[in-house]
Design a protein around this ligand. Sequence first.
Ligand SMILES: Nc1nc2c(c(=O)[nH]1)N[C@H]1C(S)=C(S)[C@@H](COP(=O)(O)O)O[C@H]1N2
Ligand SMILES: [Mo]
Length: 398
Amino acid sequence: MTSILGAVLLASLPIVTITGLLSWVAYGPNFGQAIPADVGWLHLPAFDWPARPSWLYRLNQGLHVGLGLILIPWVLAKLWSVIPKFFQLPPVTSIAQALERISLFALVGGILFEIITGVLNIQYDYVFGFSFYTAHYWGAWVFIAGFVVHVAVKSPTMWRSLRSRSMRSVLTTSRARTVPEPLDDTGLVAPDPAPATLSRRGALALVGAGSAFVAVLTVGQTTGGFLRHAALLLPRGRSYGNGPNDFQINRTARAAAIDPHQYGDAWRLTLTGTAGGVTLSRAELLAMPQHTVDLPIACVEGWSTVQTWTGVRLRDLADSAGVRRLTSARVDSFERFGAFRSAQFTADQTLHPDSLLALQVNGADLSPDHGYPARIIMPAIPGVHATKWVSTIDFREA
Ligand SMILES: Nc1nc2c(c(=O)[nH]1)N[C@H]1C(S)=C(S)[C@@H](COP(=O)(O)O)O[C@H]1N2
Ligand SMILES: [Mo]
């Protein structure tokens, strides 16, 4: 039983881990905007996050959060199946065994910490007294260390026991015919077991059903439609707009303390480049060539939504600012507080033909909650960088 649960986690947890680390890269460590900013040598090899395909971050984060959530029943079942190991007495008998127990502590402590901080972060608005990102990042490395040691130490046992009987026979044995494991040296078999209350296939079905139930409670935040109402485990973005603006809102204009005076007729977009500055009103932006693209907003918290955006290409704005050999762009919002009021992009991201300063969505003006008068929309980026309520764009040149 432990080996089956272990095999499921061995195949899936690396995906959750790697997508998590990739998400850190997507935030743009080269611009110092990944969190935590300074991780020493504990990071994936540095590379620029690509500007295509457009669904890249949506897939990455959908896997990270979605798979992370549906694996929770498997993790709990795995811990349950090895419970005697946690209460072993005496706790330490040799140096090798002490090392194994330290690695177990990193493994179990690490994964529980990641589950708890991850789940709390998608449920509540930044409940921690510390940075969620920083804690979740370092917790991941504690888990990774424990995981690597555990796999090295335990995989021979896992393969041996998986080969010791056929999965088919496990799945066809009813509760009445379920017999205890023969005593062995793994320390997991009860010496004097009570009669079975559940078959092994029943236990697997229970965990599988728990996992499927979690899936039903989450997928709606990506698929939308009817399942949206069932997405109780991904409640962020529970506010919605009206008509064409009817899609998730994490941070409303009110929550961001946006004052209507800031986006009235007096609003101007300031573009800065090497040659100086340019200011444009919303009417002047609307008079420029408009482009329409279908692009997702994909939040780090796992929810995502594809909408139809219309606005001015960032490359056209760079032209207006007189910038020809763009190296990067920095966008700022007129939002006064908040950790996500600016973002920086590579030349590749900025010059992509689908990268827009969006003025409209689904054929209507952006609502104040969705970033009126203008927001960034770009393929493949994490939602956090789809800056709303834009006030300035600084185009940088070689
Ligand atoms: N100015 C500003 N833009 C912002 C944010 C913000 O807090 N301030 N939140 C970002 C985040 S985290 C996401 S996922 C996307 C979508 O958030 P929304 O649902 O609040 O529009 O907008 C981004 N743009
Ligand atoms: Mo987000």
